[in-house]
Design a protein around this ligand. Structure first.
Ligand SMILES: Cc1cc2nc3c(=O)[nH]c(=O)nc-3n(C[C@H](O)[C@H](O)[C@H](O)COP(=O)(O)OP(=O)(O)OC[C@H]3O[C@@H](n4cnc5c(N)ncnc54)[C@H](O)[C@@H]3O)c2cc1C
Length: 477
């Protein structure tokens, strides 16, 4: 329970409009996009400057509250949910693009900038910011950096980490660190920047981000290829990569997803097909023409039932937009949408689809699978109802078995959504107790009192005054 004195102090320091504490307001910040993870904070604050972040941390420190950084709350592993109550520190009002430096090809932004807004501003200057998570219309750059988000263009252009050049952050002891810079090369000391990228709000609060921009591709071709067998689509992906062609995008949707997307956006996708690949090749026009020809040939050789080439930039954009709706389209169908982030070496893609089909039948579930096929990153999504205990147990058994195979194939339990609250057990299975212990020691060096986003990634020891006895101590919604 928040005291009147602490509330008054926060309102005085941050402005009353930047502090929420009524239950009906807190409810909105008690969850992110992760199903079944819902816990209430005591207070939500919206700092509008680095100084305000420090002030909020000071009050939290005096009150002994844990602090949970938050962007737009689109995370898919429970990262921005207050597992042990306390303060949610929402960076969405620090949302200015501070500079686009056309000499150094960089952009410097506050953490609450929306990903697509940066893309748009860069494009106005003839520049390109490639990372494009499916959530780019709402996710923040801070959330992207903290999760090291990937996206549809990750296959050719890489993930958020590949673009982060510098970060400014506030550490849990209120000190400020600046790491990295605009220099293209920088090996001075430990790479703190790379520790903060993907740290899921457990090491520091990111308050300023400088990213690299690149010249945009001059040309692009977009294809849709339909398959009457999902493993054949997986094999087509492997054969394109084996032919040393790196499309910018190679996305997959299975039959269940195709049908849900078609119900949602109605763009004429063929409902009877087992799988669809959305492929984009981009670059210099001559290279694009050659790659496009090869891709068409390889798709035919892999047994595509039909290959459709987008006739215009508008059509290409609408196909990519349809793919971005996949999760929302699936989520409309059932009360609960359990989505996972299984990632395998690309040569295992077809086998992974076979395994998903086998486990779907074994556990009698409805599963839609889509994802970044070119990255080997699949999102098998169980459409279920959390009120049905038996169905939920079968869904969890499905994922347990699937991850066993994924790990045996040298895959990973998260390609892009992070560990957060949702995947702690899986992480230990992947990296072992020794790996988790090293992470704990790094956490302790940054945050010895365990105040920042406790209970995420691994179970850190609970420290007196750092918010309760364990995960789940945040009040239930
Ligand atoms: C429809 C949909 C599609 C998606 N598609 C993709 C995709 O293609 N690729 C992908 O990688 N992800 C995807 N996601 C997941 C999600 O959008 C990303 O993880 C995104 O980066 C989260 O950004 P956010 O601003 O919503 O962060 P939040 O969810 O608010 O926070 C995410 C994590 O970052 C931490 N954090 C946030 N801001 C800061 C900060 N300033 N300093 C320190 N820590 C911070 C939080 O504590 C939390 O641990 C998708 C989600 C949805 C709902």
């Amino acid at each position: 329970m928040i005291s009147a004195a602490a509330l008054g102090l926060l309102k005085e320091k941050l402005g009353a409009a930047n502090v929420l504490h009524e239950k009906e307001d807190l409810l909105v910040y008690g969850y992110d996009a992760t199903p079944t993870v819902q816990l209430l904070p005591e207070v939500v604050v919206f700092p509008t400057s680095t100084e305000a972040v420090v002030m909020a941390l000071e009050v939290a420190g005096e009150e002994g509250w844990p602090v949970v950084p938050r962007g737009s709350g689109t995370g898919l592993s429970g990262g921005s949910v207050a597992a042990r109550g306390g303060m949610v520190l929402c960076l969405s009002r620090m949302n200015r693009i501070l500079e686009i430096d056309e000499e150094n090809l960089t952009a410097t932004c506050e953490p609450g900038v929306i990903t697509l807004d940066l893309f748009g501003e860069a494009a106005k200057r003839g520049l390109f910011y490639p990372p494009d998570p499916g959530s780019q219309k709402i996710s923040t750059l801070g959330g992207n950096v903290a999760e090291n988000a990937g996206g549809l263009r990750g296959l050719k252009y890489g993930v958020t980490r590949d673009y982060v050049m510098a970060l400014k952050s506030v550490l849990p002891d209120h000190s400020l660190i600046a790491t990295g810079g605009k220099s293209v090369k920088d090996v001075a000391g430990y790479a703190f920047k790379d520790l903060l990228v993907g740290s899921e709000g457990t090491l520091g609060i990111i308050t300023e981000i400088t990213v690299k921009l690149i010249p945009p591709p001059k040309d692009k071709r977009t294809f849709l290829a339909y398959f009457d067998d999902v493993s054949r689509a997986g094999a087509a992906v492997s054969s394109i990569i084996a032919a040393k062609i790196i499309p910018s995008t190679m996305e997959i949707m299975d039959k269940a997803t195709i049908n849900c997307v078609e119900d949602y956006v109605g763009i004429g996708l063929p409902r009877q097909m087992a799988a669809l690949l959305l492929i984009e090749v981009d670059g210099h026009p001559a290279a694009v023409a050659e790659d496009a020809q090869q891709v068409e040939r390889l798709l035919a050789a892999a047994g595509a039932a039909e290959v459709h080439r987008a006739e215009s930039a508008e059509e290409a954009a609408s196909l990519a937009a349809a793919r971005r709706t996949a999760l929302s389209a699936l989520a409309r169908v059932s009360p609960t949408t359990l989505l996972e982030d299984a990632t395998v070496p690309r040569s295992r893609l077809a086998a992974t689809f076979d395994e998903i089909a086998r486990l779907t039948a074994k556990y009698r579930l409805t599963v839609g699978t889509f994802g970044h096929a070119g990255d080997g990153n699949l999102h098998p999504t169980v459409l279920c109802d959390e009120r049905d205990g038996d169905e939920m147990a079968r869904a969890h058994a499905f994922y347990q078995d699937l991850y066993e195979k994924v790990l045996a194939w040298e895959g990973t339990v998260s390609g892009e959504h992070g560990i957060g609250l949702a995947k702690k057990d899986y992480l230990a299975r992947q990296i072992g107790a020794g790996g988790v212990e090293v992470m704990r020691r790094i956490k302790e060096a940054f945050d010895p009192r365990g105040r920042l986003n406790p209970g995420k990634i691994f179970d850190a020891p609970v420290i007196a005054g750092a918010g309760g006895e364990g995960e789940g101590d945040g009040a239930a919604l």
